[in-house]
Design a binder for this molecule. Structure first.
Ligand SMILES: [Ca+2]
Length: 209
């Protein structure tokens, strides 16, 4: 083996080892994220439309600047609403544009845990910003009403170990029903029809006369 060939082989091994290391790192990071998040990998988030009426900039007069919507899975303990508010999760998605006092509106709150009892409060703020008092507490259970997408490629397949490594083109031939397969080999070539009295042919099909 030449020195160059040996170097190339060593280089291939080095690249291969680096690829394996990167793959292991990706798997490890994914596993760590699952552990840190502490969630079921099938856990889903959902959204909820919340209805309300806009207050004004000063009490019920004018137009305020915006809203601060927060939710928690635990109810308010006694009358300590402020502690509940400070520990609640703020919705940082899209809020509706502020409208004049008395206008009915809605917030589409996304990223909520599915099938969970939640408690929510909203406060309005003006340009200062001054915060309004706490709203009433809205208690609700989230529910995901959107079903998974429709599967459109259901078909007969091989058992899992084979289908994982078998290219689709080969697998499609193997999994064809047995009754469809043509198991009869082609017949031997036949001589063309010959006129009566014609001279015999040699093994190569040529006339011997
Ligand atoms: Ca004000």
């Amino acid at each position: 083996m030449t020195v160059n060939a040996e170097r190339e082989i060593n280089e291939l091994f080095r690249v291969g080892k680096n690829i394996v290391r990167i793959l292991l790192l990706v798997v490890a990071i994914a596993a760590i994220l699952v552990v840190i998040r502490g969630k079921d990998p099938h856990a889903q988030t959902t959204s909820q439309t919340m209805l309300f009426t806009w207050p004004g900039d000063d009490g019920d007069v004018g137009t305020c600047a915006g809203l601060d919507f927060r939710w928690r899975t635990t109810p308010i303990s006694g009358t300590d609403t402020l502690s509940w508010w400070n520990a609640a999760t703020r919705f940082n998605g899209g809020y509706p544009t502020a409208k004049v006092s008395g206008t009915r509106d809605s917030i589409l709150v996304t990223g909520l845990p599915n099938s969970t009892q939640l408690y929510a409060i909203v406060r309005a703020f003006d340009e200062t910003p001054n915060l309004s008092g706490f709203s009433n507490v809205a208690a609700f259970v989230t529910k995901d009403f959107i079903p998974p997408g429709r599967i459109t490629d259901l078909r007969v397949g091989l058992s899992a170990p084979f289908s994982a490594v078998m290219p689709d083109a080969i697998a499609s031939v193997i999994r064809r029903p047995a009754g469809v397969l043509d198991l009869t080999p082609p017949g031997a070539p036949r001589s063309p029809p010959r006129a009566p009295g014609a001279p015999p042919l040699d093994t190569g099909g040529r006339s011997v006369v």
